[in-house]
Design a protein around this ligand. Sequence first.
Ligand code: PHE
Ligand code: ZN
Length: 849
Amino acid sequence: MKDAAPQTIHLADYAPPPWLVERVELTFRLAPTATRVLSRIRFVPNPATSDRRFFLHGEGLKTLSARIDGAEVTPREVPGGIEADVPDGAFTWEAEVEVDPAGNTALEGLYMSNGMYCTQCEAEGFRKITWYPDRPDVMAPFRVRIESDLPVLLSNGNPAGSGDGWAEWDDPWPKPAYLFALVAGDLVAHRDTFVTMSGREVALGIWVRAGDEDRCAFAMEALKASMRWDEEVYGREYDLDVFNIVAVDDFNMGAMENKGLNIFNSALVLASPDTATDATFERIEAVIAHEYFHNWTGNRVTCRDWFQLCLKEGLTVYRDQQFTSDMRSAAVKRIEDASLMRTRQFREDGGPLAHPVRPESFVEINNFYTITVYEKGAELIGMLKRLVGDDGYRKAVDLYFQRHDGEAATIEDWLAAFEEATGRDLSQFKLWYSQAGTPRLTVSEQWEDGTYTLTFRQETPPTPGQTDKQPLVIPLAVGLLNPNGDEVVPTTVLEMTKEEQSFTFDGLASRPVPSILRNFSAPVRLDRATTDAERAFLLAHDTDPYNKWDAGRALAMSALTAAATDGTAPGADYLDGLGRTLRDETLDPAFRALVLSLPSEDEIAQALHAAGTTPDPDAIHAGRRAVQEAIAGAHEATLADLHERMQPTGPYRPDADDAGRRSLANAALALLTRIDGGARARTQFAAADNMTQSVAALAALLAIGAGEDQSQTYHDRWQGERLVMDRWFGLRAGLAPAEQALDTTQELARHPAFHWKTPNRFRALVGGFANNHAGFHRADGRGYEFVTDWLLKLDPLNPQTAAGMSKVFETWGRYDAERQGKIRACLRRIAGTDRLSRDLGEMVQRMLG
Ligand code: PHE
Ligand code: ZN
């Protein structure tokens, strides 16, 4: 087998597979450094093509034997795999290969984590297990036999027998190889059952290391709620007798939807009040749902090729967002999701890594599991639903499932189901999938004789490889308020399809105040000249929670950018408006917490850059702190009252109400800590009986350069708990005062518990430091050098995690020439390194442009 030189793959080059697979049988003889994998695969010619080239992917496999219809063959090695001469019709391929799970540090294929065997095959990891047409449009039923002395042996599908040292599994549902999974280990289960809508009982198991079994209850409840929700809302029933989830400590991503055997990063399963925060509980609920929902959107209907990734990811994210809205507060969830889009996705869209929701080329597909594919992909589904209505959406999705169950589909198939079910022409809408970048929407207003006209202009700035942009369909949810603050035109969805378009509202008694892009109805940047007074008006009166929050956000941002550029103190519109919002007891505490929390330094830098000002990280840091102090000074009594009164009483519960109250109390605490020397935070830390309260107190202290004792206490108490210690590394590096951040982080990198080969720990420290905006962007460039050294150290072992972390450099174009030069020098140093991985190599090339 030869090493494949990095090659660019294009969507336009798609060709159907010459051979389809009718059935796969695998036997695993597990051994840490020499696992034997025996495969028996029935191939049949694909009637859709006349091409009969027989090619199998494979990487790092030691082949012991290969046979076609029982006769020994010697396949030819070609880049990325092997070829062999085969009969004209159906035949059986058999191979025996050896792999080395213990030596697999990339965590792709079959690897080991704490003595347990596990697999990760998405996107192209199955080829590291055995020879196979490792592409998602080849789907087959799998039968798997595992031979090992370990007590728990799991794979996809239903159990099909077991005995001393072996177990067999049968998965009747045809699936692509990326959904294959195997786990073997000394694990314990948290068990439950679920009765489906047609009355079938499903055995549920969450498998963890001994000692972790009392931290699975929350994930189990989330799983059962997800199963019920998918039946009720989408009419989708589960389709096997068992559903298993396994928690793994060493994992490159969040979690993986393998058929009937989801594998999770343990950080996204294990939770107890004393070890997990409210945010972690909410995230676990959402990810459990996400992976479960993939059973229909991803597994039963999969992707034809990896360019179609958003077909399963955008849709599944959209579904998990709907689930969370139903389980918790829809308004708060929408603000959180919109905020994520506006910060991280707009950042990606505006930088060198911008790409369409459906990319057209890639070198390494692992680099395209992005916020654009996932979150913007979900926004496109939301827009579709807004355009065709709830009934049209349900009809279209039903048709999509009915038509493509058991198939590997495309975005064209998805849109065709919508066109047929609703009669709507979606040709212009389809541009959202191919055109990268964030449309910028400018607004002008006209008022004359009771008629109010809104004129919108859309423009999408150029992105790498795409200079000419066309107008998109943009659903614009708009409402109008009169000067008293009453709503005179309730939310109306305007459909913008042209570059410039006007919409008129008649019969109004007075000039209205518009509330535009309600509920974040489209992933666009709204650019409207307005005043702080009008923002304060909307913060007080808007009936749309997202726009109400956005008005507060805009006020905060204008205060922060002013403070970061000329040191101006926040004005009365912001401070008074904030005060009124905080005291408004009719508002959900979680909502008030969102209004109170300030944009991050990275967001401020992004806003300044968008407005044509070069961000100065130190000035941003100082300005943000000054604004915090001003808020705390102006509202000390209100904040102190909220901090005291909002703490829920009684035993800890991670539900939306209690979590919302805690988040308001803790947002107040963070501000108060800026002016009380840390007294309240120290008291809270000492008394805390749950992780949310102790972390909030510790973070508030670290942010003012205090908290040494509390940090030590936390360390000593939790040093045996890996997930809790990840948080400790992240907080210390992320919140250290800018001047000390690098020293602190370097010291932490020498800590005996800095297990850098574990992705969670690596990301906590290196990612935590990069999140320390002023510390990472220190003027001498040593922050950049530090991260570069670590990327180069990790890359040979775990390219996927190294490449993911390299995105901390994607914003280089925002900063001053000196910083730009220093970042580019680091990127060039990486690019010039010998034996760089395909993953990191592609990322730095794209960032260098
Ligand atoms: N498909 C997974 C998800 O979003 C993500 C993932 C991708 C996990 C690649 C591992 C490897 O649900
Ligand atoms: Zn997913």
